[in-house]
Design a protein around this ligand. Structure first.
Ligand code: GTQ
Length: 346
């Protein structure tokens, strides 16, 4: 049984003031909020961001604010449960839709938060990471891990949009967030180009510790999509068709804090994802999917994004009876595993 504890109002005001003068606070009025019974009370709210809705506003930002005045022209997908001004999707996840127009250049910098880009639309842009030029095509995942120089350029003739996923809220909370500007990077080639297929593994599969740098920076969607279709065909009874983006040599998650995977729903498939401690983000690459989080239902169209708090089961349904659907998932599971907080409640 959880007893009701004393409140701040139950204490004499001059006592509370005497505490404050010495930078002291009584624990018991806040104990239940800090340690709620049975499960956390997340501020993260299930939230849907429609691409159709945000796209005109992002293009308008392209007219209103030149790239020189933005450096990164981004509309942040903010979770109202945290307060929009905090610009976070969950406790550890930041999401932004970034626009780069033909000929524009987002200059080189590096920073402590890890970032990835999931390319949403347009041709001809590229991100240079640690001197390696990564072309950006729809559905590609491009890593910019902590501390690596990165800049974005665009040789095409149409707007290019991508989804940025960063662990910025966590790194900022840790008071460890900063950036450094730098000159345009000189390009380098790999002596032996990495094999992109080695960066995709069936989930869950986390093997050895990773200190091997980042040999693979671009995970082409063409490879991931083909690998998902092959898995579905090879294992017709397998329920979860999902591949984790991993370090190609160690099999560890591709980045340290957030985890990334691609999931395929067969035509008409309904899939229940167990209630696990990490919060999750779902971004629809292809198809039509309904996402149900507790009593909320989001009909995702292509390029839509939504999030779900941790400790919550999520139901994914392919709304097409004839075509597969492909979902990009970002979650906080590497962080929870490292901290020993990871839970699967079924
Ligand atoms: O493209 O480097 O959405 O530094 C936020 C911070 C994108 C980027 C964001 C960044 C970037």
């Amino acid at each position: 049984m959880t007893t009701t504890l004393g409140r701040l109002e139950d204490l004499p005001p001059d006592y509370v003031q005497a505490l404050a003068r010495q930078n002291l606070v009584p624990l018991w009025p806040s104990l239940r909020a800090l340690l709620p019974p049975d499960k956390p009370r997340p501020a993260t709210r299930a939230t849907h961001w429609s691409y159709e809705g945000l796209r005109p506003l992002l293009l308008q930002a392209g007219e209103l604010t030149p790239i020189e005045k933005a450096e990164r022209r981004v509309l942040v997908l903010a979770n109202p449960g945290h307060g929009l001004e905090r610009m976070q999707a969950s406790a550890a996840i930041y999401l932004g839709m970034q626009l780069l127009l033909p000929g524009e250049w987002a200059p080189a910098h590096r920073h402590t938060p890890n970032a990835v880009r999931m390319v949403v639309e347009g041709e001809g842009a590229y991100t240079t990471v640690d001197g390696r030029k990564c072309p950006m095509q729809r559905g590609d995942l491009i890593l910019t891990p902590t501390g690596l120089w990165h800049e974005h350029g665009h040789d095409g003739d149409q707007p290019v949009v991508w989804l940025d996923v960063l662990d910025l809220p966590l790194v900022h909370y840790l008071e460890a967030s900063y950036h450094v500007d730098g000159p345009r990077q000189a390009l380098r080639e790999f002596a032996i180009p990495p094999d992109p297929q080695a960066g995709l593994r069936p989930t869950p599969m986390f093997e050895r510790a990773c200190s091997a740098g980042y040999p693979l920076l671009r995970y082409p969607w063409e490879e991931a999509r083909a690998a998902l279709l092959a898995q579905a065909q090879a294992e017709p009874h397998r329920e979860v068709i999902q591949l984790a983006y991993v370090h190609p040599e160690t099999g560890e998650p591709a980045q340290n804090i957030l985890g990334f995977s691609a999931l395929m729903l067969r035509p008409g498939q309904q899939l229940r994802l167990a209630a696990r401690s990490p919060a999750q983000v779902f971004h629809l690459i292809e198809g039509a999917v309904e996402v149900q989080v507790e009593d909320q239902r989001f009909a995702l169209a292509e390029a839509d994004t939504c999030c779900a708090p941790g400790y919550t089961a999520v139901q994914l349904s392919n709304r097409s009876a004839t075509a597969p659907a492909f979902v990009f998932i970002a979650d906080e599971s590497p962080l929870h595993r490292k901290l020993g907080l990871y839970e699967d409640r079924g």
